[in-house]
Write a protein that binds this ligand. Structure first.
Ligand SMILES: [Zn+2]
Length: 358
């Protein structure tokens, strides 16, 4: 089988290695159909694959995927075989204090698919705990299903934001996660939803995916300064940039709330401490989704997010993984989400067949 390996910064290779044939007890052996590249994947491409012990190579990336179940191990429902699934990429230990308290998304012993030392989904066959797999209904197309993991994160962020009906919310950073978040916030009853991004085509995408207004960070500040409360009620930074949290603090109102879910590449966040203190802001960090994947499947199945497949702007066959990473790095061609077709005959279903099943 073919496997993608990050071997050193800015170097990615496809290698042939023997495929696993059996699933261990409790596991599902999976054949990924599509794998989505993430902001973290892009960061690891630029920097190598950092671990607590420094760079360790080679590394198999990939955390967002839709797959078909090839085989299951002992103790797993055999009817799972042959089904299309998505899976939670977070495998908690279920033994520690946080797991025992029900906060298993904060488990310090978490195994994360595609995060060193755990190999990710960019290999043609791999195994993952079957209890983390959720079947995907036929009505959800592959290019929508591959967005279910980031959608589960968007739902978790919205849960944490706990938006009062008609409250104003700014989403800072309009990549795929920010746009999915804008869609989810619309469903939760937010009033004004501001899409804030430096890049014009991403602001335009905001309008197509739930935002009621779109601004670059400076214009956003200028616009909300004329509002009665001179700011949005809640500002959410999903930008993966140090400056995202600064914008959030600037455009939120006095007494408002800021959520920070982005992962800045230089591991710093920058905001004006006096502004934050004078406004008496409540600032919350958000890290990982907490059991929201099944709700993401239900939300897509409900048909109320009809346009999210458009977020997949680029598809590459596995052999062109280097081109895919380069595009992700340059952010050219109005890229939002890049996905990799993992099998020689990639799409599991032709569009005509899907129509027939619907
Ligand atoms: Zn644990």
């Amino acid at each position: 089988m073919k496997v993608v390996q990050l071997t050193s910064p800015e170097k990615v290779e496809v290698r042939d290695i023997p495929a696993r044939r059996e699933a261990e007890p409790g596991e599902a052996l999976l054949e990924p159909i599509l794998v989505g590249l993430t902001g973290t994947d892009a960061m690891r491409y630029r920097k190598g694959a950092p671990t607590k012990d420094g760079f360790r190579s080679p590394h198999v990336p990939g955390a967002e995927f839709v797959a078909r179940v090839l085989r299951v191990g002992r103790g797993v429902d055999p009817t799972l075989v042959g089904k299309r699934i998505v899976a939670n990429p977070l495998a908690p230990c279920l033994k520690c204090t946080w797991c025992f308290e029900g906060n298993h998304h904060l488990c310090p012993n978490m195994r994360v698919l595609g995060t060193p030392p755990v190999a990710g989904a960019l290999q043609q066959v791999f195994a993952w705990p079957a209890n983390l797999c959720i079947p995907v209904p036929d009505s959800i197309r592959d290019e929508e299903a591959v967005l279910l993991i980031p959608l589960s994160m968007a739902i978790h962020i919205a849960d944490q934001a706990n938006v009062p009906l008609m409250a104003s919310v700014a989403v800072i950073g309009c990549g795929s996660l920010g746009l999915l978040l804008a869609e989810v916030l619309r469903k939760t009853g937010a009033g004004e939803i501001l899409a804030v991004d430096l890049i014009a085509y991403r602001r335009d995408a905001g309008f197509r995916h739930g935002a009621t207004r779109a601004y670059d960070p400076i214009s956003a500040m200028d616009a909300v300064s004329r509002w009665p409360r001179r700011g949005v009620d809640i500002a959410i930074d999903v930008s993966n940039a140090s400056e995202g949290s600064r914008s959030a603090v600037q455009i939120v109102r006095t007494g408002g709330r800021v959520l920070i879910a982005g992962i800045p590449e230089d591991n710093r966040i920058l905001f004006n401490a006096r502004d934050a203190r004078h406004k008496e802001l409540t600032i919350q960090f958000v890290r990982r989704p907490h059991d929201t994947l099944a709700r993401a499947v239900q939300l897509l199945q409900s048909g109320s997010l009809r346009r999210i497949g458009e977020l997949v702007t680029h598809r590459f066959p596995l052999d062109q993984i280097a081109e895919a990473y380069r595009l992700l790095r340059t952010m050219n061609e109005e890229v939002i989400k890049v996905v990799i077709e993992m099998q020689a005959k990639p799409a599991s279903q032709e569009p005509a067949e899907i129509e027939a099943k619907v």
